[in-house]
Design a protein around this ligand. Structure first.
Ligand code: GTP
Length: 402
Protein backbone atom coordinates (compact mmCIF):
# COMPACT_ATOMS: atom_id res chain seq x y z
CA UNK A 1 0.00 0.00 0.00
CA UNK A 2 1.07 3.59 -0.01
CA UNK A 3 0.88 6.33 -2.52
CA UNK A 4 3.16 7.37 -5.33
CA UNK A 5 3.00 11.01 -6.20
CA UNK A 6 4.16 11.90 -9.71
CA UNK A 7 5.49 15.38 -10.43
CA UNK A 8 4.77 16.25 -14.02
CA UNK A 9 5.00 19.36 -16.16
CA UNK A 10 6.54 20.67 -19.34
CA UNK A 11 10.17 21.83 -19.24
CA UNK A 12 11.15 25.00 -17.39
CA UNK A 13 8.07 25.39 -15.20
CA UNK A 14 9.99 24.60 -12.01
CA UNK A 15 9.42 20.86 -11.79
CA UNK A 16 12.99 20.03 -10.76
CA UNK A 17 12.93 22.86 -8.25
CA UNK A 18 9.67 21.52 -6.80
CA UNK A 19 11.10 18.00 -6.66
CA UNK A 20 14.35 19.17 -5.05
CA UNK A 21 12.46 21.21 -2.47
CA UNK A 22 9.95 18.50 -1.66
CA UNK A 23 12.62 15.84 -1.19
CA UNK A 24 14.92 17.99 0.94
CA UNK A 25 13.47 16.87 4.23
CA UNK A 26 13.90 18.55 7.57
CA UNK A 27 14.09 15.05 9.00
CA UNK A 28 15.55 11.69 8.15
CA UNK A 29 13.08 8.86 8.39
CA UNK A 30 14.93 5.70 9.32
CA UNK A 31 12.37 3.23 8.23
CA UNK A 32 10.05 3.97 5.34
CA UNK A 33 8.22 1.24 3.51
CA UNK A 34 9.70 1.74 0.03
CA UNK A 35 13.08 1.91 -1.61
CA UNK A 36 14.04 4.54 -4.10
CA UNK A 37 16.36 3.22 -6.74
CA UNK A 38 16.09 5.73 -9.57
CA UNK A 39 17.53 9.22 -9.41
CA UNK A 40 14.09 10.47 -10.38
CA UNK A 41 12.52 8.93 -7.29
CA UNK A 42 12.64 10.52 -3.90
CA UNK A 43 11.05 10.66 -0.50
CA UNK A 44 8.75 13.54 0.33
CA UNK A 45 6.56 13.95 3.38
CA UNK A 46 2.99 14.90 4.03
CA UNK A 47 2.44 16.96 7.14
CA UNK A 48 -0.30 16.28 9.63
CA UNK A 49 -0.95 17.06 13.26
CA UNK A 50 0.62 14.39 15.44
CA UNK A 51 -1.67 12.94 18.12
CA UNK A 52 1.13 13.43 20.66
CA UNK A 53 -0.15 17.00 21.04
CA UNK A 54 -3.71 16.14 21.96
CA UNK A 55 -2.64 13.22 24.15
CA UNK A 56 0.05 15.27 25.86
CA UNK A 57 2.70 12.59 25.38
CA UNK A 58 6.16 12.54 23.91
CA UNK A 59 6.23 10.36 20.80
CA UNK A 60 9.06 8.28 19.40
CA UNK A 61 8.27 7.84 15.72
CA UNK A 62 9.86 5.06 13.74
CA UNK A 63 8.43 5.14 10.23
CA UNK A 64 7.86 8.90 10.21
CA UNK A 65 9.00 11.96 12.14
CA UNK A 66 7.53 14.50 14.47
CA UNK A 67 8.64 18.08 14.89
CA UNK A 68 6.80 20.34 17.31
CA UNK A 69 3.68 18.20 17.16
CA UNK A 70 3.72 17.95 13.37
CA UNK A 71 3.97 14.44 12.02
CA UNK A 72 5.80 14.11 8.71
CA UNK A 73 4.79 10.91 6.94
CA UNK A 74 6.91 9.74 4.01
CA UNK A 75 5.47 9.30 0.53
CA UNK A 76 7.22 8.31 -2.65
CA UNK A 77 7.78 11.07 -5.15
CA UNK A 78 8.48 10.42 -8.82
CA UNK A 79 9.86 13.09 -11.09
CA UNK A 80 8.01 12.32 -14.31
CA UNK A 81 10.31 14.13 -16.71
CA UNK A 82 9.80 14.48 -20.44
CA UNK A 83 6.39 15.99 -20.97
CA UNK A 84 6.56 17.54 -24.43
CA UNK A 85 3.94 17.60 -27.17
CA UNK A 86 3.83 14.09 -28.58
CA UNK A 87 5.26 12.40 -25.47
CA UNK A 88 2.58 9.72 -25.81
CA UNK A 89 4.10 8.77 -29.20
CA UNK A 90 7.57 8.52 -27.75
CA UNK A 91 8.76 12.09 -28.29
CA UNK A 92 11.03 13.58 -25.63
CA UNK A 93 11.81 10.89 -23.10
CA UNK A 94 8.79 8.98 -24.41
CA UNK A 95 8.74 5.54 -22.90
CA UNK A 96 10.56 6.54 -19.75
CA UNK A 97 7.96 9.27 -19.29
CA UNK A 98 5.14 6.76 -19.64
CA UNK A 99 6.84 4.24 -17.36
CA UNK A 100 7.16 6.80 -14.60
CA UNK A 101 3.62 7.92 -15.17
CA UNK A 102 2.36 4.37 -14.88
CA UNK A 103 3.58 4.17 -11.30
CA UNK A 104 1.99 7.39 -10.10
CA UNK A 105 -1.33 7.11 -8.32
CA UNK A 106 -1.80 10.87 -8.12
CA UNK A 107 -0.15 13.68 -10.05
CA UNK A 108 1.04 17.12 -9.09
CA UNK A 109 1.02 19.00 -12.36
CA UNK A 110 3.41 21.91 -12.11
CA UNK A 111 2.42 24.75 -14.42
CA UNK A 112 4.06 28.13 -14.86
CA UNK A 113 1.21 30.35 -13.77
CA UNK A 114 3.14 33.46 -14.77
CA UNK A 115 2.71 32.29 -18.35
CA UNK A 116 6.35 32.81 -19.26
CA UNK A 117 7.14 29.45 -20.86
CA UNK A 118 5.71 28.32 -24.19
CA UNK A 119 4.40 24.87 -25.07
CA UNK A 120 7.87 23.37 -25.50
CA UNK A 121 9.17 25.04 -22.35
CA UNK A 122 11.00 27.92 -24.04
CA UNK A 123 10.94 31.21 -22.16
CA UNK A 124 8.47 33.77 -23.50
CA UNK A 125 7.19 37.10 -22.23
CA UNK A 126 5.33 36.75 -18.94
CA UNK A 127 1.60 36.52 -19.49
CA UNK A 128 1.75 35.35 -23.09
CA UNK A 129 1.15 31.67 -22.44
CA UNK A 130 -2.25 30.77 -21.02
CA UNK A 131 -1.61 28.36 -18.07
CA UNK A 132 -4.92 26.53 -18.61
CA UNK A 133 -3.53 25.50 -22.01
CA UNK A 134 -0.84 23.52 -20.17
CA UNK A 135 -3.52 21.63 -18.33
CA UNK A 136 -5.39 20.79 -21.54
CA UNK A 137 -2.13 19.76 -23.09
CA UNK A 138 -1.30 17.26 -20.34
CA UNK A 139 -4.84 15.94 -20.47
CA UNK A 140 -4.51 15.38 -24.20
CA UNK A 141 -1.21 13.57 -23.81
CA UNK A 142 -2.63 11.29 -21.11
CA UNK A 143 -5.82 10.63 -23.05
CA UNK A 144 -3.89 9.78 -26.21
CA UNK A 145 -1.59 7.48 -24.27
CA UNK A 146 -4.53 5.55 -22.80
CA UNK A 147 -6.44 5.53 -26.09
CA UNK A 148 -3.31 4.25 -27.82
CA UNK A 149 -3.14 1.27 -25.47
CA UNK A 150 -6.80 0.54 -26.15
CA UNK A 151 -6.56 0.84 -29.92
CA UNK A 152 -3.85 -1.79 -30.26
CA UNK A 153 -5.43 -4.71 -32.06
CA UNK A 154 -8.85 -3.35 -31.13
CA UNK A 155 -11.01 -4.96 -33.83
CA UNK A 156 -9.74 -8.46 -33.22
CA UNK A 157 -9.98 -8.15 -29.46
CA UNK A 158 -13.51 -6.80 -29.68
CA UNK A 159 -14.63 -9.59 -31.97
CA UNK A 160 -13.07 -12.29 -29.84
CA UNK A 161 -14.68 -10.87 -26.69
CA UNK A 162 -18.04 -10.82 -28.45
CA UNK A 163 -17.69 -14.41 -29.71
CA UNK A 164 -16.46 -15.80 -26.43
CA UNK A 165 -18.93 -13.68 -24.46
CA UNK A 166 -16.26 -12.08 -22.29
CA UNK A 167 -17.68 -8.98 -20.58
CA UNK A 168 -16.35 -5.69 -21.99
CA UNK A 169 -15.27 -4.50 -18.55
CA UNK A 170 -13.04 -7.52 -18.14
CA UNK A 171 -11.34 -7.07 -21.50
CA UNK A 172 -10.76 -3.39 -20.80
CA UNK A 173 -9.44 -4.01 -17.32
CA UNK A 174 -6.97 -6.54 -18.66
CA UNK A 175 -5.81 -4.09 -21.33
CA UNK A 176 -5.23 -1.35 -18.82
CA UNK A 177 -3.91 -3.41 -15.90
CA UNK A 178 -0.38 -2.36 -16.87
CA UNK A 179 -1.12 1.23 -15.95
CA UNK A 180 -2.73 0.29 -12.68
CA UNK A 181 -6.37 0.62 -13.70
CA UNK A 182 -8.67 -1.42 -11.44
CA UNK A 183 -11.97 -3.12 -12.23
CA UNK A 184 -13.87 -0.42 -10.41
CA UNK A 185 -11.98 2.29 -12.34
CA UNK A 186 -13.09 0.61 -15.57
CA UNK A 187 -16.68 0.32 -14.45
CA UNK A 188 -17.01 3.91 -13.39
CA UNK A 189 -15.24 5.13 -16.55
CA UNK A 190 -17.60 3.07 -18.75
CA UNK A 191 -20.56 4.52 -16.97
CA UNK A 192 -19.35 8.09 -17.19
CA UNK A 193 -18.36 7.74 -20.85
CA UNK A 194 -21.72 6.08 -21.69
CA UNK A 195 -20.10 3.56 -24.04
CA UNK A 196 -21.86 0.50 -25.53
CA UNK A 197 -21.46 -2.74 -23.59
CA UNK A 198 -20.61 -4.55 -26.84
CA UNK A 199 -17.03 -3.65 -27.78
CA UNK A 200 -17.64 -4.32 -31.49
CA UNK A 201 -20.04 -1.35 -31.45
CA UNK A 202 -17.45 1.11 -30.16
CA UNK A 203 -16.45 3.94 -32.49
CA UNK A 204 -13.09 5.66 -32.22
CA UNK A 205 -14.94 8.49 -30.49
CA UNK A 206 -16.11 5.99 -27.84
CA UNK A 207 -12.51 4.93 -27.27
CA UNK A 208 -11.50 8.55 -26.83
CA UNK A 209 -14.30 9.33 -24.41
CA UNK A 210 -13.62 6.22 -22.39
CA UNK A 211 -9.87 6.99 -22.30
CA UNK A 212 -10.68 10.45 -20.98
CA UNK A 213 -12.79 9.04 -18.16
CA UNK A 214 -10.14 6.46 -17.30
CA UNK A 215 -7.63 9.28 -17.00
CA UNK A 216 -9.99 11.19 -14.74
CA UNK A 217 -10.40 8.32 -12.28
CA UNK A 218 -6.95 6.80 -12.55
CA UNK A 219 -4.65 9.82 -12.78
CA UNK A 220 -6.30 12.40 -10.56
CA UNK A 221 -4.31 15.55 -10.06
CA UNK A 222 -3.55 18.73 -8.23
CA UNK A 223 -2.26 21.75 -10.11
CA UNK A 224 0.74 23.50 -8.60
CA UNK A 225 0.42 27.01 -10.01
CA UNK A 226 4.12 27.76 -9.77
CA UNK A 227 6.09 31.00 -10.05
CA UNK A 228 3.30 32.70 -8.15
CA UNK A 229 5.88 35.35 -7.14
CA UNK A 230 6.15 36.67 -10.70
CA UNK A 231 4.14 39.67 -11.73
CA UNK A 232 0.89 38.89 -13.57
CA UNK A 233 0.78 35.42 -11.99
CA UNK A 234 -2.12 36.41 -9.78
CA UNK A 235 -4.45 37.32 -12.62
CA UNK A 236 -3.58 34.14 -14.47
CA UNK A 237 -4.26 32.15 -11.31
CA UNK A 238 -7.84 33.40 -11.13
CA UNK A 239 -8.54 32.39 -14.72
CA UNK A 240 -6.85 29.03 -14.21
CA UNK A 241 -8.99 28.28 -11.16
CA UNK A 242 -12.12 29.06 -13.14
CA UNK A 243 -11.16 26.95 -16.11
CA UNK A 244 -9.95 23.66 -14.68
CA UNK A 245 -11.68 20.98 -12.66
CA UNK A 246 -8.74 20.26 -10.34
CA UNK A 247 -7.63 21.76 -7.05
CA UNK A 248 -5.18 24.58 -7.81
CA UNK A 249 -2.49 25.44 -5.26
CA UNK A 250 -0.41 28.58 -5.83
CA UNK A 251 3.25 27.67 -5.29
CA UNK A 252 6.68 29.22 -5.25
CA UNK A 253 8.98 26.22 -5.49
CA UNK A 254 12.04 28.41 -5.60
CA UNK A 255 11.15 29.99 -2.26
CA UNK A 256 10.50 26.60 -0.69
CA UNK A 257 13.87 25.32 -1.87
CA UNK A 258 15.64 28.40 -0.49
CA UNK A 259 13.86 28.08 2.87
CA UNK A 260 14.54 24.36 3.23
CA UNK A 261 18.20 24.86 2.36
CA UNK A 262 18.56 27.69 4.87
CA UNK A 263 16.79 25.62 7.52
CA UNK A 264 18.96 22.62 6.68
CA UNK A 265 22.05 24.75 7.35
CA UNK A 266 20.64 25.96 10.64
CA UNK A 267 20.38 29.54 9.39
CA UNK A 268 16.64 29.81 9.92
CA UNK A 269 13.92 27.93 11.73
CA UNK A 270 11.30 26.82 9.22
CA UNK A 271 9.09 23.80 8.78
CA UNK A 272 7.66 22.91 5.37
CA UNK A 273 4.17 24.31 5.22
CA UNK A 274 4.82 27.06 7.77
CA UNK A 275 3.51 30.54 7.15
CA UNK A 276 6.69 32.19 8.42
CA UNK A 277 10.30 31.53 9.41
CA UNK A 278 12.65 32.83 12.05
CA UNK A 279 16.20 33.90 11.34
CA UNK A 280 18.60 32.13 13.71
CA UNK A 281 22.06 33.18 12.55
CA UNK A 282 21.78 36.60 10.98
CA UNK A 283 25.55 37.13 11.08
CA UNK A 284 26.05 34.21 8.69
CA UNK A 285 23.68 35.59 6.06
CA UNK A 286 24.84 37.92 3.30
CA UNK A 287 22.86 41.06 2.48
CA UNK A 288 21.69 39.34 -0.67
CA UNK A 289 20.43 36.34 1.27
CA UNK A 290 18.69 38.56 3.79
CA UNK A 291 17.00 40.43 0.97
CA UNK A 292 15.90 37.20 -0.65
CA UNK A 293 14.43 35.99 2.62
CA UNK A 294 12.63 39.27 3.09
CA UNK A 295 11.22 39.00 -0.43
CA UNK A 296 9.98 35.49 0.33
CA UNK A 297 8.37 36.66 3.54
CA UNK A 298 6.62 39.66 2.01
CA UNK A 299 5.74 38.48 -1.47
CA UNK A 300 5.09 34.81 -0.87
CA UNK A 301 4.41 33.85 2.73
CA UNK A 302 2.40 36.91 3.76
CA UNK A 303 0.48 37.04 0.50
CA UNK A 304 -0.26 33.31 0.07
CA UNK A 305 0.07 31.87 3.56
CA UNK A 306 2.88 29.49 2.60
CA UNK A 307 5.04 28.59 -0.40
CA UNK A 308 2.37 26.06 -1.35
CA UNK A 309 4.75 23.12 -1.87
CA UNK A 310 3.71 21.31 1.31
CA UNK A 311 0.09 22.16 0.66
CA UNK A 312 0.25 20.72 -2.86
CA UNK A 313 1.67 17.46 -1.46
CA UNK A 314 -0.92 17.33 1.30
CA UNK A 315 -3.80 18.00 -1.03
CA UNK A 316 -2.60 15.41 -3.52
CA UNK A 317 -2.34 12.73 -0.86
CA UNK A 318 -5.21 13.60 1.47
CA UNK A 319 -7.82 15.32 -0.71
CA UNK A 320 -7.23 13.78 -4.11
CA UNK A 321 -5.74 10.32 -3.44
CA UNK A 322 -8.00 10.26 -0.36
CA UNK A 323 -5.57 8.81 2.14
CA UNK A 324 -5.76 9.00 5.92
CA UNK A 325 -3.15 8.58 8.64
CA UNK A 326 -3.74 6.04 11.39
CA UNK A 327 -1.57 5.23 14.44
CA UNK A 328 -1.62 1.58 15.51
CA UNK A 329 -0.37 0.84 19.04
CA UNK A 330 0.09 -2.36 20.99
CA UNK A 331 -0.30 -0.93 24.46
CA UNK A 332 -3.40 1.24 24.63
CA UNK A 333 -2.44 2.71 27.99
CA UNK A 334 1.05 3.82 27.05
CA UNK A 335 0.17 4.30 23.36
CA UNK A 336 3.29 2.32 22.59
CA UNK A 337 4.55 -0.69 20.72
CA UNK A 338 5.97 -3.76 22.45
CA UNK A 339 9.31 -2.00 22.89
CA UNK A 340 7.73 0.94 24.62
CA UNK A 341 8.01 3.39 21.72
CA UNK A 342 5.16 5.88 21.92
CA UNK A 343 3.08 6.38 18.76
CA UNK A 344 5.79 4.70 16.67
CA UNK A 345 4.05 4.29 13.34
CA UNK A 346 1.92 6.55 11.22
CA UNK A 347 0.24 4.51 8.49
CA UNK A 348 -1.09 6.03 5.30
CA UNK A 349 -4.22 4.13 4.34
CA UNK A 350 -7.02 4.74 1.85
CA UNK A 351 -10.10 6.45 3.20
CA UNK A 352 -12.70 3.85 4.11
CA UNK A 353 -10.12 1.32 5.34
CA UNK A 354 -11.74 -1.03 7.83
CA UNK A 355 -10.19 -2.14 11.08
CA UNK A 356 -9.85 -5.67 9.71
CA UNK A 357 -7.82 -4.41 6.72
CA UNK A 358 -5.56 -2.50 9.06
CA UNK A 359 -5.01 -5.69 11.05
CA UNK A 360 -4.00 -7.53 7.87
CA UNK A 361 -1.87 -4.59 6.86
CA UNK A 362 0.11 -4.89 10.09
CA UNK A 363 0.50 -8.64 9.78
CA UNK A 364 -1.42 -11.51 8.19
CA UNK A 365 -1.44 -13.34 11.52
CA UNK A 366 -2.95 -10.35 13.26
CA UNK A 367 -5.59 -10.16 10.56
CA UNK A 368 -6.43 -13.83 10.92
CA UNK A 369 -6.72 -13.79 14.68
CA UNK A 370 -8.49 -10.41 14.85
CA UNK A 371 -10.92 -10.14 17.72
CA UNK A 372 -11.81 -6.47 18.19
CA UNK A 373 -10.19 -3.06 18.14
CA UNK A 374 -10.00 -0.28 20.66
CA UNK A 375 -9.94 3.33 19.56
CA UNK A 376 -8.13 5.44 22.12
CA UNK A 377 -9.27 9.07 22.52
CA UNK A 378 -7.27 12.01 23.84
CA UNK A 379 -9.79 12.52 26.69
CA UNK A 380 -8.91 9.08 27.98
CA UNK A 381 -12.06 7.38 26.75
CA UNK A 382 -12.09 4.20 24.67
CA UNK A 383 -14.33 2.90 21.97
CA UNK A 384 -14.49 -0.80 21.21
CA UNK A 385 -15.19 -1.50 17.55
CA UNK A 386 -15.64 -4.54 15.33
CA UNK A 387 -13.85 -5.58 12.19
CA UNK A 388 -15.91 -3.58 9.73
CA UNK A 389 -15.54 -0.28 11.51
CA UNK A 390 -14.14 2.36 9.15
CA UNK A 391 -11.05 4.11 10.41
CA UNK A 392 -10.76 7.87 10.46
CA UNK A 393 -7.86 10.22 9.93
CA UNK A 394 -5.88 10.55 13.16
CA UNK A 395 -7.23 7.43 14.84
CA UNK A 396 -5.03 5.79 17.48
CA UNK A 397 -6.00 2.15 17.48
CA UNK A 398 -5.13 -1.03 19.30
CA UNK A 399 -5.94 -4.33 17.60
CA UNK A 400 -6.86 -7.15 19.95
CA UNK A 401 -6.34 -10.69 18.75
CA UNK A 402 -7.88 -13.83 20.17
N1 GTP B 1 10.20 33.09 -10.17
C1 GTP B 1 10.23 31.79 -9.97
N2 GTP B 1 11.07 31.02 -10.66
C2 GTP B 1 11.06 29.69 -10.43
C3 GTP B 1 10.21 29.10 -9.48
N3 GTP B 1 10.45 27.77 -9.47
C4 GTP B 1 11.41 27.55 -10.37
N4 GTP B 1 11.81 28.71 -10.96
C5 GTP B 1 12.83 28.91 -11.99
O1 GTP B 1 12.38 28.38 -13.21
C6 GTP B 1 13.46 27.84 -13.96
C7 GTP B 1 13.15 26.41 -14.35
O2 GTP B 1 13.11 25.63 -13.18
P1 GTP B 1 13.39 24.06 -13.19
O3 GTP B 1 13.07 23.55 -11.85
O4 GTP B 1 14.73 23.76 -13.75
O5 GTP B 1 12.28 23.63 -14.25
P2 GTP B 1 11.90 22.20 -14.83
O6 GTP B 1 10.47 22.27 -15.05
O7 GTP B 1 12.43 21.13 -14.00
O8 GTP B 1 12.64 22.24 -16.20
P3 GTP B 1 13.38 21.03 -16.94
O9 GTP B 1 14.45 20.56 -16.02
O10 GTP B 1 13.90 21.71 -18.17
O11 GTP B 1 12.35 20.02 -17.22
C8 GTP B 1 14.68 27.96 -13.09
O12 GTP B 1 15.38 29.12 -13.46
C9 GTP B 1 14.10 28.12 -11.69
O13 GTP B 1 14.94 28.84 -10.84
C10 GTP B 1 9.32 29.95 -8.76
O14 GTP B 1 8.53 29.52 -7.93
N5 GTP B 1 9.38 31.28 -9.05
Amino acid sequence: MGVQVGIVGKPNVGKSTFFAAATLSPVETADYPFTTVDPNQGVAHVRTECPCKAFGVECQPRNSSCIDGNRFVPVELIDVAGLVPGAHEGRGLGNKFLDDLRQASVLIHVVDVSGSTDEEGRPCDPGTREPAEDVRFLERELDEWIAGILRRDWDRTAKRASLEKIPAAEVLRERLAGIGVSASDVESAMERAEVPSDLTKWSDEDIRRFAREVRRVNKPMVIAANKIDVECAEENLKRLEEEVEYPVVPTCAEAELALRRAADQGLIRYLPGDSDFEILQEEKLSDEQLQALEFIREKVLKRWGSTGVQEALNRAVFDVAKMIVVYPVENENKLSDSEGRVLPDALLLPEGTMVRELAYNIHTEIGESFNRAILVKPDGSREVVGEDHELEHGDVVKIQTS
